[in-house]
Design a protein around this ligand. Structure first.
Ligand code: SAM
Ligand code: ZN
Length: 314
């Protein structure tokens, strides 16, 4: 059974190397819809009517800044924690038993340019068969697809008969609100600093499926915020947990923090990729960058990782 559904008519959608096609079975006129695979290796499954702006999601500028910053390894402790948690959840006996009969499909929603997604893929096909990397930003998916293609991880680069089977990545431009995935088809979802849509996630998750959420913790980048704002407000509360409660049980939370020593370039990138820093007065931003030219800047990144499981339907 197909994992994907058509964003226009919800009929089963068949992946291919050049053009994905739905079978039109749910379309009133049985029309089949084609979706071309872009040269870089992503598929755009975001219909114009679901676009709220011309270029939704993160811009090329913020993708570039995040890529440079993350590739310097500043958030590696969080990346390690996330993949360790995933490996532990998915190598549990129930998941392994299920794996004999059905494949493990993981959705990384709001994946950005894929710093966490690529680490998930490195867990290998013993843990994850299929990794759906989804984001509403086209520039993010272009970057993610290029890296996946260079590593030979795109779905059409997989050779079933090869002994060294890798996790297959499907890079999709899509909205979290209209996931082009069959009901109950995914084993787990990660939302790393990205949108959380309880009902949409519960719809595509298999029974007992997992949800991993990463968010900034209280005190995240405190010294940077002190330098940028006169009045520092704390991060939002756990309101999202109340919204998830009808569909999910919280299995546990983990905190991770890391001291960072940043150069001027790192700090400039961090401010570009951090929306609230971007909103600071430009004089304050400039003053901070000028001060850091003389001595590097120290700040602490603090995160919380929530692990949840879909409740059985009553
Ligand atoms: C803060 S970034 C996090 C990216 C990545 N997970 C990381 O941590 O490096 C949030 C991402 O969510 C994406 N996004 C925002 N709204 C979205 C939506 N409705 N559906 C899918 N992705 C969305 C943005 O384009 C952006 O790439
Ligand atoms: Zn269709």
């Amino acid at each position: 059974m197909s994992l994907f559904i058509c964003p226009l008519c919800q009929s089963p959608l068949q992946p291919a190397a050049d053009t994905w096609r739905c079978d039109g079975s749910l379309h009133p006129k049985q029309t089949s819809h084609p979706f071309d695979v872009a040269r870089q290796g992503y598929v755009n499954l975001l219909p114009v009517q679901q676009k709220k702006s011309k270029a939704p999601g993160d811009s090329q500028e913020s993708i570039n800044a995040r890529k440079r910053f993350l590739n310097h390894g500043h958030y590696a402790p969080l990346q390690n924690l996330i993949v360790q948690k995933m490996a532990a959840l998915l190598s549990k006996s129930e998941a392994t038993e299920a794996k004999d009969t059905q494949s493990v499909n993981w959705l990384d929603i709001g994946c950005g340019e894929g710093y966490y997604t690529q680490a998930m893929a490195q867990l290998g096909s013993d843990i994850i068969d299929t990794l759906i990397a989804a984001d509403i930003s086209k520039p993010a998916l272009v970057e993610l697809a290029k890296v996946s293609k260079a590593a030979g991880r795109l779905w059409y680069q997989q050779n079933e008969s090869s002994a060294a089977k890798t996790t297959a990545i499907y890079p999709l431009v899509t909205s979290a609100a209209h996931l082009p995935l069959r009901s109950r088809s995914v084993t787990g979802i990660s939302s790393i600093f990205s949108p959380i849509l309880p009902e949409a996630f519960a719809e595509v998750l298999a029974d007992d499926g997992y949800l991993i959420i990463a968010k900034p913790d209280a005190g995240h980048l405190a010294t940077m915020r002190d330098a940028l704002f006169d009045d520092v407000r704390e991060h939002d509360s756990d309101k999202f947990l109340h919204e998830l409660a009808p569909y999910f049980t919280l299995l546990g939370t983990d905190n991770v923090s890391t001291e960072m020593t940043l150069s001027t370039d790192d700090l400039a990138d961090l401010m570009t990729m951090t929306p609230y820093a971007y909103r600071a007065r430009s004089e304050k931003r400039q003053a901070l960058l000028t001060a850091v030219e003389k001595a590097s800047f120290k700040t602490e990144a603090k995160f919380v990782v929530y692990i949840l499981q879909k409740k059985a339907l009553s």
